[in-house]
Write a protein that binds this ligand. Structure first.
Ligand SMILES: Cc1ncc(COP(=O)(O)O)c(C=O)c1O
Length: 391
């Protein structure tokens, strides 16, 4: 349990005038982590060659030790990249599949990843298909059965979210990895949201590849993504951009992809240590129970539906609930409403389209308060006048 004293002693970079309920998109940084990065940037600027050329490798390795322990994986399998999308790109680019192979994902896939998979399939004469996992989801077994039923004899790769972006649903990744292994299907886990949100042990999961972000729930800086690669594939994967160390080992190749700001990686390790001081288990538990309470309040107020069990058994620290108002189901209207909530009420929360509904996704983080939900409920009530076709 985190005391209110612990929570109020934390200091964030966020503008206190904003009710920020969208940690899921780009995370947010504690002041201590942000300032540590500024200090590192200054150090670089004082002596760039010393910092990056002579000391960079060792500094990144030190960060890798801290981050790999946190993720439950071996250092030798952990490469740093800009973000999760880049990690998916590296994996897809490394595939050597015959014409006619099928890549599958589910309808919960992140849209950027969807486009990436579709584009690669077009280029390589593969096909890309999404298995429909209906919402509300009821159980991990429902997901498992649906995904397995959705495989065909051409399926060569499953790309699965660990925590889905729009629905916030936590997928049964361990069971899906086993199911894929039994069927000779490779599996790439998109864990953009999982580090810091879920108790992660990548070695135990042991998929073929695992990509993730450290800027979201670990509260590290943007630019700190990672790609974990199973031993079986270490020699066959390369960064999107080839540079000096081509074919000189996975770590060497991923550590140098041209000049970049390594302070993001170094500072992601500092963010891990920031969380360790509070206790990652405490953070995860706090955020999860807050998300479940926030979800309950929304369901009660809107007589709506969550996209997963209302007891929170299939979410982490994000919950998605159907909005009580109806307007044309097009991107422009949901974007306009999201902007309106920000402009009029300084509430930052994503409003999205999910199948034939308009939904809101709330994120719970240490700076979020249950009372924030009341502000959202009041603002949505007021928005009806502007956006609503049915009350
Ligand atoms: C499930 C999922 N995958 C991938 C991404 C892409 O992350 P990034 O933009 O950091 O590459 C996101 C972003 O929110 C996501 O939610």
């Amino acid at each position: 349990m985190l005391t209110s004293e612990t929570l109020s002693n934390l200091s964030w970079m966020l503008d206190k005038g904003i009710t920020y309920m969208n940690h899921g998109s780009f995370g947010a940084r504690p002041k201590e982590v942000f300032e540590a990065q500024i200090a590192l940037k200054k150090e670089f600027e004082r002596s760039p060659i010393q910092f990056l050329d002579r000391e960079g490798k060792e500094r990144v390795q030190h960060a890798r030790i801290i981050i790999s322990q946190f993720l439950g994986c071996s250092e030798k399998n952990l490469g740093f990249i800009e973000n999760a999308t880049t990690g998916v790109g590296c994996v897809i680019q490394s595939l050597n599949l015959p014409v006619g192979s099928e890549l599958v994902s589910t309808n919960h896939v992140y849209n950027g990843v969807r486009q990436l998979l579709a584009a690669a399939s077009e280029r390589n004469d593969w096909t890309y298909r999404e298995i429909e996992v209906q919402t509300p989801v009821h159980s991990p077994q429902q997901i498992l059965d649906t995904v397995i039923d959705g495989f065909s004899d051409k399926t060569k790769l499953l790309v699965i979210d660990h925590v889905a972006s729009i629905t916030g649903v936590v997928f049964p990744v361990k069971e899906l990895v086993l199911a894929c292994k039994e069927r000779g299907i490779a599996i790439l886990v998109d864990g953009a949201h999982s580090p810091g949100m879920l108790d992660l042990n990548i070695n135990q999961l042991s998929p073929d590849w695992y990509v993730g972000n450290l800027h979201k729930w670990v509260c590290g800086p943007p630019g700190a993504g990672f790609l974990w690669v199973n031993d079986a594939h270490l020699e066959n994967i390369h960064p999107m951009t080839i540079s000096h160390f081509y074919k000189q080992g996975f770590i060497n190749e991923f550590d140098w992809q041209g000049t970049r700001d390594i302070t993001s990686i170094l500072c992601a390790a500092i963010a891990v240590q920031w969380g360790e001081k509070i206790g990652w288990t405490h953070i995860r538990n706090h955020n999860h129970s807050l998300a479940v309470s926030m979800q309950s309040k929304l369901i009660d107020a809107w007589k709506g539906e969550s996209l997963s069990p209302s007891n929170g058994s299939m979410i982490g620290s994000m919950a998605t609930v159907q909005l009580p108002i109806g307007f044309p189901l097009v991107e422009e209207t949901v974007d306009a409403m999201q902007k309106w909530l920000y402009d009029q009420y300084q509430i930052e929360v994503p409003i999205m389209l999910w199948q034939d509904r308009t939904v809101v996704r709330i994120s719970a983080q240490l700076y979020t308060e249950l009372d924030d939900i009341n502000r959202l409920i009041n603002a949505v009530e007021a928005s009806k006048e502007h956006f609503c076709s049915i009350g």
